[in-house]
Design a protein around this ligand. Structure first.
Ligand code: URA
Length: 440
């Protein structure tokens, strides 16, 4: 069938067959289908959607467009985790070591920051000497020896997604549930783990702003994972407020270390424990309660922190900074943002908090911007708390002093204040398995 006919079929809301989807993806990757035709197809998908079967077929074709990593050289069950992206989300740095300390292997390929959201690979590179571009043989050997390794995505992992994502980014076709789910799951399937835990973020700092949309995305991704024979669970977590108090690369690594020592912020600790317990549960380590207990013990005994130091050392990083975070390089300039008025903080526009951190140098404004690892924000007050006028809301860190005014304006405007006391919504809003959706 010609691409013209496939576009017409989707425009009329008809279901594409497996063969049609396969021909389309193969043709696009080979350069036989031009961007203008693929753009029309993506827009038709945005308007007409895709059935569960079409989305699963699309995902599998995208996964098979490049290397399918075979993790069989790593002993035991391998569990992967994916977050749909947020602000202050350093959970991988905490959960990977906890899960490994409990005897489950984590062979994780992560990405860099995208827009206002941070990326695990950028955070890891804030650790002096840390290598994230590691060949497959060494990656497998680190996971076998240490239990956990986090590296950058190999160049040939789901290349169809790389091409489609770049096209979606410039054709206003990112926010489509079948396109987001196939994009994320194609990379997860290609990365080869037996089980997948999805952390689907919801709220003003996430791709999905409402709980209903987040649940719909989670259901679609869980269905794809299970269809491909991977045990998959999704947890919907709050991203209507930054996670933890630190935003920015080395600040977030330090907060992750504090959390592994049992001294992290409460919200980050709760979310990490839930995610780690679900990963252990997927790996068959017991009931959720038993897994939660295992995760807590790994932190209490210091075994999880030791795992992070071992992973850093194996990836040629300076593990002494993990044991003594005061050794991290500090930003040369600091500035305290004060509350413009008295009252309860009723909301934080979390995307804007991420943008303020990016402006300070913690993220990339352009594709090739250089990251300042010391830059970012420590929040002293968050949603639900009471502040007096001029009380410290946050401290900004940067190497570029001239950025303070812009970052202060963005961050101050991200806060909304009210006279009435506010109750925070739960951190964990729902859990989606192949059998059910539980809302909390
Ligand atoms: N993350 C991805 O990898 N793909 C999307 O489409 C959205 C978020």
């Amino acid at each position: 069938m010609r691409m013209y006919d496939l576009i017409k079929k989707k425009k009329h809301g008809e279901e594409l067959t497996r063969e049609e989807i396969a021909g389309m993806i193969k043709g696009y990757v080979k350069g036989e289908i031009p961007d203008y035709q693929m753009s029309a197809m993506l827009m038709a998908i945005c308007f007409q959607g895709m059935t569960e079967k079409e989305t699963a077929d699309l995902t599998i074709e995208m996964a098979h467009s490049g290397d399918m990593v075979d993790l069989s050289a790593i002993e035991g069950i391998k569990v992967d985790k994916h977050s749909t992206g947020g602000v202050g989300d350093k959970t991988t740095l905490v959960i990977g070591p906890i899960v490994a300390a409990c005897g489950v292997k984590v062979a994780k390929m992560s990405g860099r920051g995208l827009g206002h959201t941070g990326g695990t690979i950028d955070k890891l590179e804030a650790i002096p000497g840390m290598q994230v571009a590691i060949d497959q043989k060494e990656f497998f050997s680190i996971v076998n020896k240490v239990g956990v390794s986090v590296v950058g995505q190999s160049g040939n992992l789901a290349p169809a997604d790389k091409m489609l994502y770049a096209l979606r980014d410039v054709t206003a076709t990112v926010d489509s549930i079948p396109l987001i789910s196939s994009s994320i799951m194609s990379k997860k399937l290609a990365a080869g783990s037996d089980c997948i835990l999805l952390d689907v973020k919801t709220g003003s700092g996430a791709f999905m702003r409402t709980l209903d949309d987040s649940i719909a995305l989670a259901k679609r991704m869980v269905a794809i994972g299970e269809h491909a024979g991977r045990k998959t669970i999704a947890v919907i977590t709050d991203m209507d407020i930054p996670l933890g108090n630190a935003i920015g690369n080395s600040l977030e690594v330090i907060e992750a270390i504090d959390t592994l020592k049992g001294n992290g912020p409460k919200d980050l600790t709760v979310v990490c424990m839930i995610l780690a317990s679900n990963m252990l549960y997927l790996a068959g380590k017991g009931s959720i309660e038993e897994c939660n207990q295992l995760a807590r013990e790994a932190v209490k005994s210091g075994a999880a922190l030791k795992k992070l130091a071992e992973m850093v050392e194996a990836q040629r990083g300076d593990a002494s900074v993990i044991l003594d975070p005061s050794k991290f390089e500090k930003a040369p300039y600091q500035y305290v943002v004060k509350a413009p008025k008295e009252g309860y903080i009723s909301h934080m526009d979390t995307e804007q908090c991420g943008i303020a951190s990016m402006v300070l140098g913690a993220g990339r404004e352009m594709k090739d911007s250089i990251i300042d690892y010391t830059a970012g924000i420590i929040l002293h007050k968050k949603t639900g708390e009471y502040v007096k006028k001029d009380e410290a809301l946050a401290t900004l860190y940067t190497s570029k002093q001239e950025q303070f005014a812009k970052a202060e304006e963005i961050l101050t405007n991200a806060y909304t204040f009210t006279k009435e006391a506010v109750t925070n919504r739960p951190l964990i809003l729902a859990k989606v398995t192949s059998e059910q959706v539980e809302r909390y």
